[in-house]
Design a protein around this ligand. Structure first.
Ligand code: SAM
Ligand code: SF4
Length: 501
């Protein structure tokens, strides 16, 4: 048994597990769920190198990211922090002195994949014992010392509030296994400059943590209490991202619209960001329905850079289930909110999160969800099978819907949503949409893609456009997941699933 240096922990969060299914891979909100893809802070960056400051003592860092956009943003934060400490990013784990895996804990599925990956990465340590293997993020916070017990080759376990001290923690981990899992009530990393990955989109975490404590959710236990970045810092980050050449800002927070810094609320942040030259789109995820004020809706309507798309998690269409989930809105209140939003922003595209099989969900409750989805008419949806997450309240309740029935329910919702998404996308055929160009599709380099203002993946034949251009594309065909511009070859119909999310 190795001695573990504690740097230091507080909250006791039992291990385990959420299982999910994910649909509609091109929606932009959070969890990358069942695909649990590795994100690419290690991808080569063209023309926008920041933050790295190689020194004679240069050390080489490899980082892999799993999970939601918040984790992507956190990896960029870590890259910035370590870059200032003299680390240089490398693209292959075998070249690195420090290997970091930034993890997700929202589902057990993600944890299992990460365990598998850690198993692979330990071989680099066996070859070169001086290598530091670190686990960061929500799974690190969730499992803490148990992670080192399970994978003894892990030298460092650092939670989402430990990144400021990352260079010191890594140094400590060279001597002995180290934990940096203290949750903070104040840490926002506001003034730390992240090393952003190339692309059109800059993630800006405007708040951290969550105070809602929905009964199914582990986030408040692994990301701590809600806190907002100072408004001046947010504005500085937006301006900095614009100066670096990013075209789209995405404000991130678990309840992003609960943002507040003194007199500055979420609406005011949108208004201020809207004035920043160079930025052409401002998005955000995820807003909580109960924090969606008229001021925020009005700001969305008035700010021309805020496109007509909103991800508004519903979770269930049944009041009884919503109450047990502690979602603090009723289905009527949610419906009235949607009406207000649609009145203010006609034609807005809505997407959502749904959980099926929550404890106590009856056939009637499920029907209510089905009907709510049809009534509201989402453009796309992330649909998950409930699975208990020990540490979250509902994990103490008996499961009443077996896996077979959850599968039946989720399959039905996915099929219905797919048909609905297809109908909605087909109604765009013949129209012209404005696309923010992101780059080539994976399979057909001559066919590029970007997002429309309604956040629909749009594929078009490349004719010299550059990443970050705004392009008018005439829509010739549609799939449930994408719009296809005139001149897109039939192969692209199959390939649209492959565009980088
Ligand atoms: N803050 C967002 C909100 O309030 O809607 C949600 C963030 S959560 C990280 C992303 C989604 O994961 C949730 O909206 C929910 O649908 C799903 N999720 C969270 N816990 C889950 C669980 N125990 N089982 C299944 N799905 C879960
Ligand atoms: Fe989890 Fe609810 Fe907070 Fe969203 S609002 S992060 S679902 S506790």
């Amino acid at each position: 048994m190795r001695r573990i240096h504690l740097s230091l922990l507080i909250m006791e969060v039992p291990a385990e597990r959420v299982l999910c299914l994910r649909e509609f891979t091109d929606a932009f909100c959070h969890d990358l769920g069942s695909r649990s893809r590795r994100v690419s802070p290690n991808e080569p960056r063209k023309g926008r190198e920041v933050a790295y400051n190689p020194s004679p003592m240069e050390r080489r860092l490899y980082i892999e990211t799993y999970g939601c956009q918040m984790n992507v943003a956190d990896s960029e934060l870590m890259l910035g922090q370590l870059g200032r400490a003299g680390y240089r990013r490398v693209e292959r784990a075998e070249e690195a002195d420090v290997i970091l895996v930034n993890t997700c804990a929202i589902r057990e599925h993600a944890e299992q994949r990460i365990y598998g990956r850690l198993g692979e990465l330990t071989r680099y340590k066996l070859r070169r014992p001086g290598v530091v293997l670190g686990v960061a993020g929500c799974m690190a916070q969730h499992l803490r010392a148990r992670l080192i017990e399970r994978v003894p080759q892990v030298d460092l376990v650092v939670g989402p509030d430990g990144y400021r001290r990352l260079p010191e923690l890594i140094d400590e981990a060279r001597e002995e296994p180290t934990l940096g899992v203290r949750l903070s009530r104040v840490e926002t990393y506001g003034e730390l400059v992240p090393a952003r990955a190339d692309g059109v989109r800059a993630w800006v975490s405007i708040m951290r943590g969550c105070d809602k404590f929905c009964t199914f959710c582990i986030v408040p236990y692994v990301r701590g209490r809600e806190r907002s970045l100072p408004a001046d810092e947010v504005q500085r980050q937006v301006e900095h991202a614009a100066a670096e050449g990013f075209r789209e800002i995405v404000f991130l927070g678990q309840t992003v619209n609960a943002y507040r810094d003194g007199e500055v609320d979420f609406a005011e942040l949108l208004i201020r960001a809207n004035r920043v030259p160079g930025i052409v789109r401002i998005r955000f995820t995820s807003p909580h329905p109960s924090d969606m004020t008229d001021r925020a809706i009005d700001a969305m309507a008035r700010c021309e850079k805020v496109p007509p798309h909103l991800h508004l998690p519903l979770q269930s269409g049944s009041d009884a289930v919503l109450r047990r989930m502690r979602r603090i809105y009723s289905i009527d209140e949610y419906g009235r909110l949607v009406e207000r939003i649609r009145r203010a922003i006609p034609g807005i595209a809505l997407s959502t999160d749904i959980i099926v099989g929550f404890p106590g969900e009856t056939e009637e409750d499920f029907e209510a969800t089905r009907q709510a989805m049809a009534r509201i008419g989402y453009e796309s949806a992330f649909i998950f099978k409930y699975s208990p997450r020990p540490g979250a309240r509902s994990a103490e309740w008996p499961e009443t819907v077996d896996d077979r029935e959850k599968t039946r329910r989720i399959t039905l919702l996915i099929e219905e949503q797919k048909a609905r998404s297809l109908r909605k996308n087909e109604s765009d055929v013949g129209s012209t949409v404005e696309v923010l160009v992101e780059g080539p599709t994976k399979r057909t380099p001559t066919e590029w893609f970007g997002k429309s203002r309604h956040f629909k993946t749009t594929v078009f034949p490349h004719r010299g456009e550059r990443v970050g251009d705004l392009l008018s594309v005439r829509v010739a065909a549609a799939t449930p997941h994408a719009l296809l511009g005139e001149g897109v070859r039939a192969a692209a119909f199959a390939a649209v699933e492959d565009v980088p999310a």
